[in-house]
Design a protein around this ligand. Sequence first.
Ligand code: SF4
Length: 304
Amino acid sequence: MKDGLNSLIRTYSDYLKRKYQRKIFRVGLSTGIPCPHRIQHGGCIFCHQETFTGEYQTRGLTVAQQLEEAIPRILDTCGDVGLIAYFQDETSTAGSLDFLREQYQAALAHPEILGLIVSTRPDYIEQPVIDLLKSLPVPVTVEIGLQTIHNASLQFLNRGHDFAQADEAIRRCGENDLETGVHLIIGIPGESREDIKDTIRYVSGNPCISQVKFHNLVAYKNTPLAKMVRNSNLNILDIDQYIEILGDILPLLRSDIVITRLFTSNIRRSQIALGNYSGSKPEWLNRLQLYLLANNIHQGKNIL
Ligand code: SF4
């Protein structure tokens, strides 16, 4: 049923199929450099490294070795698909320029790889890195952790950057013709519905942003967030509450913006400290679709 979402929102799978004229799969890769924000400042309060690091990425493998392990598995499972290298864990632009060039070029050296995505923080995407990404011979997307436009929330999350830095990083990437996406967290304690809508209005009003990745805030075990939720009775959205908020904000999202994710990825129950996540991701997507249809909601509906 989730393919029916294509008529209600701009889905990533549909966008990729149109762009590359075939089915596309992203291969998660790691540069091997741990996130400097976690090393130097304790990291974001929700960050749980194991939730975004693939098993084959944790063994100190080179990029070429990671691809050698991952690609046969993907082709076995998914058949004839095109592949994009996705440096998604930690902060994928941390490291010297020479080191980063080596990592990205190692990925692009594989004949199956058609494009590159790097995921990073707003304070790790300076002009030299942008110039490096621009010089690569494949389509490149930069994903930036914006999360929210509200500085109080960014402080609460211990993001270690403010909104102005994120806005500047997005502008720099967009003006350098890099496809630019943002990660957003929905359900940050203390944010009102209007606060969330303000973030969506900013995204819709920023011509440099062409993709958005939604995350519902999850309290993973052994994170500062889990302790805070337990000690202070902070509310963490369950899936139905989250779907209802998506229904409220999707009409405010510019209709050409590609939604690259709708739910936090890889929610493994064994890693969750608390919260109700009954069902599976395909079920949640079905629930979202039914909710949007029942309430006559589609992306961009309320943008004049
Ligand atoms: S920037 Fe990303 S990897 Fe680094 S601490 Fe925050 S969530 Fe974790």
